[in-house]
Design a protein around this ligand. Structure first.
Ligand SMILES: NC(=O)c1ccc[n+]([C@@H]2O[C@H](COP(=O)([O-])OP(=O)(O)OC[C@H]3O[C@@H](n4cnc5c(N)ncnc54)[C@H](OP(=O)(O)O)[C@@H]3O)[C@@H](O)[C@H]2O)c1
Length: 288
């Protein structure tokens, strides 16, 4: 399956749907219990057309990156797009450089397609962290840079410290969690040529339980499942791409059914307005 991309004016593009790896390889600490299932899951996703794999140094304390590294052995690296992230506590200039090198080692690759500041640095000057990202691009270890969980003001500040275009902000956004709309971030991305990478598209499965009437109606109208409608609602929006995590072959197949068609603009807006129980602030990481 060929997954369509969203493209910026400078040519940077991301597939509308990518694979997340949160909770593969453990949570805060490495856990190898499900390694085989996760590796098989990553390979299956790639075989079915996924090219964007999202991971982070903090996922399973680096073990998620190791699982991605193992899964992609023998594959054509150039056909893959790998994103990783440096944690807030490592955003001192030298630590960013070191974190990136460790991530490359875990992933068994010599470059990252995209490297993100995982959050606004809590303890260090943003300028130093961004300059470290710039250095990584200039040294060829990273192709593109971005941020995650940043608000508009912090994103503007980050951009002011580098000559490289900050291509994306990875944020919590789905039918229920609407902070990026409330705070004008979605509009900002659309007007300023930045991709909004929406994480947690099915709210970890919560959006698929006890589905509201409006979702039932959309499922009937489009002959799709709630997961497919929830994922497509993001992909159908200008400048928005998304990441789903699954290690389950049936869920993978189902989620890929969100690709290759779009909700009408009218239905995107109807869901935006009428989907019940919306929340204005992320329960994962409010925009900094
Ligand atoms: N930048 C950040 O701060 C940040 C924060 C959170 C997430 N992320 C990234 O975004 C990715 C996606 O977000 P997420 O993992 O938090 O949430 P998600 O993709 O909304 O949900 C993943 C969970 O939903 C289940 N699931 C997926 N598809 C399903 C389906 N069709 N039917 C039933 N259950 C399904 C998965 O279980 P199975 O594996 O059993 O399918 C998994 O437990 C992450 O993996 C990570 O890469 C980034």
């Amino acid at each position: 399956m060929n997954i369509p991309t969203k493209k910026l004016k400078n040519g940077f593009e991301l597939p509308e749907l990518g694979l997340g790896t949160l909770q593969m390889g453990g949570r805060e600490e490495a856990n190898s219990q499900n390694d085989e299932k996760d590796i098989v899951g990553i390979r299956a996703a790639i075989e079915m057309g996924i090219t964007h794999i999202d991971t982070a140094e903090s996922y399973g304390n680096g073990h998620a990156e190791e699982l991605v590294g193992e899964a992609i052995q023998g594959m054509n690296r150039k056909k893959l797009f790998i994103t990783s992230k440096v944690s807030g506590w490592n955003q001192e200039h030298e630590k960013v450089l070191q974190s990136c090198k460790t991530s490359l080692k875990h992933l068994r690759t010599d470059y990252l397609d995209l490297y993100l500041l995982h959050e606004f640095p809590p303890d260090y000057p943003l300028e130093h962290a961004v300059q470290a990202l710039e250095r990584l691009v200039d040294d060829g270890l990273v192709k593109h840079i971005g941020v995650s969980n940043f608000g508009v003001a912090h994103l503007k500040e980050a951009q002011s410290y580098t000559k490289h275009h900050i291509v994306c902000n990875q944020v919590h956004y789905n039918l229920q969690v609407r902070e990026v709309e409330q705070k004008g971030f979605l509009e900002y991305c659309q007007k300023n040529d930045i991709l909004l990478v929406a994480y947690r598209p099915v709210q970890k499965g919560k959006l698929l339980e006890n589905v509201p009437k409006i979702m039932e109606e959309m499922c009937v109208k489009y002959q799709k499942t709630p997961a497919q409608i929830a994922i497509n609602w993001l992909m159908a929006q200008q400048n928005v791409v998304t990441l789903m995590k699954t290690s389950d072959p049936a869920h993978l197949k189902e989620n890929l059914g969100a690709v290759g068609w779009y909700l009408t603009e009218g239905d995107v807006e109807l869901l935006r307005k009428e989907y019940p129980d919306q929340v204005a602030i992320s329960d994962v990481c409010p925009l900094g």
